[in-house]
Design a protein around this ligand. Structure first.
Ligand SMILES: *Cc1c(COP(=O)(O)O)cnc(C)c1O
Length: 457
């Protein structure tokens, strides 16, 4: 019988990290153990403990460059990739993103502050959100950060602010394209009844309304149709629809110079996934916009896109230590790890799948074992893998889960009062802390016992 190859033996695509399961610097040492970014994972855990988030710098930079290069190659006008910071927001990430020349999008004052502290230039930040607070809107306006107007409430407040400052304000608007795309169920559910943005049928009224404000200047159009998308057609359609809207807005005297098609390109979490490359995705979007502009006789707008997952997910791994085993004869064997739904809520929230291997036996040689990998939280649903083939393993062994760079640390919690893991950056044999490990006493910082309870005891 032919031996099945491990996903670790597949050829690595250096140019489009989202097409790999593992970071591009993944290797297996002469000792047969796993290393990333030139660092032995076993050594990192000895030094920094587990669970541990690790980001590979080269994979991250390659993803950023893939977007930049493809835009330069396929789009003849100006362009700017914007990193969707909700995927993984930190001072480090903001710094790296801006060092690669990308912009950044934020959805809260916290994400805005993190971007600014990380050195992202104000002019390259856009501010999203379907329910921005007054304080957040003011913070953005005062810092010259472009606000993406999501609804009438945003518009009213921006109009007021621009009038009170007596100065012009450039805005972008977000709309839900409602692409009639019957092969793409996720889009239909994701757009017609979406909580985000203006309905497409409302845009003419909106254009008229903005035209009648004193200081609001409509400069951009935004849409985001979904996430973990493997098809190219929806974004091809989107490009054309958006150009048609720019043309429509022109009739109202609006000169829309920025076209932001959102993010959504998927990544390869398991061997069943086959996403398009970053190059193919950008080519599709660019070609569609250029073609539509020609047809409508429009100048090319600045093309923006907002990748999150496809920038950071494949660069990230999580390391857990195996603790307890529970064998239920004839049914399954549970293997419990020292983290779970608090550091990765995606499996319990979205039934997401990942790939994993043992750090000391990554190629899973001649495995016949199936394990269910459980987290340590008090939920039966806290299961990271339902049935995974791993080589024989024992308490104390390390497990590496791949593709955890996006929507893991940024969605983490302290459920069961479990401190968040540390996060490291690895590159060329060096490892640096980018987020410190929380301690149980850190979690007490915001607890308050009212005075009268102290007196009682
Ligand atoms: C989440 C989001 C993105 C990024 O989506 P990915 O699927 O991670 O690429 C981009 N733009 C907006 C407005 C978003 O909400």
């Amino acid at each position: 019988m032919e031996e099945k190859k491990s996903f670790l033996e597949q050829k690595i695509d250096l140019k489009s990290p989202n097409k790999n399961i593992v970071p591009i610097t993944t290797s297996i040492g002469s000792d047969g153990k796993l290393s990333i970014g030139g660092c032995s994972i076993e050594e990192l855990v000895k030094k920094y403990d587990s669970p541990l988030y690790i980001l590979d710098e080269m994979t991250l930079r390659n993803s950023c460059r893939a977007y930049k290069l493809a835009l330069e190659k396929y789009y003849p006008g100006n362009s700017m990739p914007i990193y969707a910071s909700k995927a993984n927001s930190s001072i480090f990430m903001s710094n790296l993103i801006s060092s690669e020349g990308l912009g950044l999008d934020a959805v809260s004052e916290g994400e805005l502050l993190t971007a600014l502290k990380g050195g992202v230039p104000n002019a390259k930040i856009v501010f999203h959100g379907n329910n921005k607070s007054d304080k957040e809107i003011e913070f953005a306006v005062r810092n010259n950060i472009k606000v993406i107007v999501d609804n009438d409430y945003d518009l009213e407040r921006l109009e007021k602010i621009s009038n009170s400052f007596n100065c012009d304000l450039e805005i972008m608007i977000r709309f839900t394209p409602g692409i009639e795309c019957h092969t793409h169920e996720y889009i239909r559910t994701g757009s017609f009844d979406s909580k985000f943005g203006f309905g497409i049928e409302y845009l003419n009224i909106l254009f008229d309304r903005i035209r009648n404000t004193k200081h609001l200047k409509l400069k951009g159009l935004h849409a985001h149709i979904g996430s973990q998308i493997f098809e190219l057609e929806p974004h091809k359609d989107l490009g054309e629809i958006m150009v048609n809207i720019i043309s429509e807005a022109k009739k109202f005297g609006h000169d829309i110079q920025n076209l932001n098609v959102g993010g959504g390109l998927g990544i390869k979490y398991t061997e069943h996934d086959d996403p398009p490359s970053i190059d193919e995705w950008v080519k599709t979007v660019s070609t569609s916009v250029v073609k539509a502009c020609k047809k409508q006789n429009l100048n090319l707008p600045t093309l923006m896109c907002e990748p999150g997952r496809s920038i950071v997910s494949t660069a990230g791994i999580t390391i857990y230590k195996i603790g307890a085993f529970k064998e239920i004869p004839g049914i399954k064997t549970y293997l419990s790890v020292d983290g779970g739904m608090s550091d990765n809520p995606r499996p319990i929230t979205y039934q997401s799948s990942y790939s994993a291997c043992l750090v000391n036996n990554p190629l899973n040689i001649n495995s016949k074992n199936k394990y269910t990998i459980a987290g340590k939280h008090c939920e039966s649903g806290d299961v990271l893998f339902k049935e995974i083939e791993l080589a024989n393993c024992k308490t104390g062994d390390l497990i590496c889960v791949f593709g955890t760079g996006a929507y893991n640390i940024s969605m983490s919690s302290n459920y069961n009062r479990i401190p968040r893991p540390a996060a490291l950056l690895v590159s060329e044999g060096e490892a640096d802390i980018i987020q410190k490990r929380e301690s149980p006493s850190d979690l007490l910082k915001y607890d308050v016992l009212p005075d009268r309870f102290i007196k009682q005891s």
